[in-house]
Design a protein around this ligand. Structure first.
Ligand SMILES: NC(=O)c1ccc[n+]([C@@H]2O[C@H](COP(=O)([O-])OP(=O)(O)OC[C@H]3O[C@@H](n4cnc5c(N)ncnc54)[C@H](OP(=O)(O)O)[C@@H]3O)[C@@H](O)[C@H]2O)c1
Length: 273
């Protein structure tokens, strides 16, 4: 069994951090299952990776906001005879704006993707890992997980859930040879800001990390068996605030930061709605 290929399933592999996680894991010899909605993107990435590394890569087009999707994914893997070594729950999105005026169906879809699909996939795949006593789960949370985030309230709350679940599972699984890691990036170059309608301020822009850096640090931390990985010294320092400052100050600061980025045409429209 130790000679089995290490299959990694990566959700949200069609862009940003997920695509870079795929490149890093491929460079370490993992076989890959790439999952997202945009199948042509997955096929292009699979082709690129296979031209460089001698590994197998499968692609699966799935909308993980769909409640049946996690079970469908597990059945597709079973049909293809794939035993999952590593699950990377990376697919996710954010929305900025007032909680009371953002479209409720998008807020609920965010919970379905960031929380429900991640939990279902973990629940479906962890038992096999525990049985085999190897592998694990890399969950992409965020530095947003460490405090409340006014004007991105649901997004911050979903990431707090991801961090909490990952830490708990880390403790449950570690004595059985299985690692669960929460990767908590700060602002990172990807398609996230366009989807979330976030515009990074001139001060923040130079501090953005690349998705490639985040992915490399994330995989290193996962393979080292860490419970929490915060890429970048600045991001790590930022999370110290939530440990040592009173909650009232932390949430006001987070609100001010988001409000500064929130003022824009979309937000004005939300205010008027
Ligand atoms: N960028 C940041 O500043 C930042 C900071 C902290 C944490 N994060 C987290 O990092 C993770 C990756 O985000 P990113 O920054 O790389 O953003 P991104 O470039 O927008 O990538 C998001 C990925 O999720 C996939 N996805 C979205 N909705 C999906 C759905 N319904 N079903 C299946 N896949 C879906 C997208 O693929 P399709 O559209 O093809 O489905 C895409 O591959 C997210 O969990 C995000 O919250 C990002």
């Amino acid at each position: 069994m130790a000679d089995d290929p290490r299959w990694a399933v990566i959700t949200g592999a069609s862009s940003g951090i997920g695509a870079e996680l795929a490149r890093v894991l491929a460079s370490k010899g993992y076989f890959l299952v790439l999952v997202a909605r945009r199948h042509e993107r997955l096929e292009a990435l699979a082709g690129e990776i296979q031209s460089v590394h001698k590994i197998e890569v499968e692609t699966m087009a799935l909308d993980l906001e769909d409640r049946e999707a996690p079970q469908d994914l597990v059945e597709m893997l079973r049909d293809r005879g794939i035993r999952v070594h590593t699950l990377v729950n990376n697919a996710g999105f954010g929305l900025r704006g007032n909680f009371a005026t953002l479209p409720v169906e998008r807020q609920m879809a965010m919970i379905d993707l960031n929380v429900r699909a991640l939990t279902a996939l973990s629940r479906l795949m962890l038992p096999g890992m525990l049985e085999r006593g190897r592998g694990g789960i890399l969950n992409v949370a965020s530095t947003a997980a460490f405090q409340a985030g006014p004007y991105m309230a649901v997004y911050y709350a979903t990431k707090a859930y991801v961090l909490s679940l990952s830490e708990a599972l880390h403790e449950e699984a570690k004595s059985r040879g299985v690692t669960v890691t929460a990767l908590c990036p700060g602002s990172t170059e990807s398609e996230f800001s366009a989807t979330a309608d976030v515009e990074y301020s001139r001060t923040l822009r130079p501090t953005l990390m690349t998705a490639a850096e985040v992915a490399r640090i994330g995989v290193e931390g996962y393979e080292a068996g860490k419970a929490i990985v915060i890429p970048g010294g600045g991001n790590w320092l930022g999370t110290l605030g939530s440990k040592f400052l009173p909650r009232v100050i932390v949430r006001r600061l987070a609100g001010r930061l988001q409000r500064g980025e929130v003022t824009g045409p979309r937000e004005e429209a939300n205010e008027r709605a």
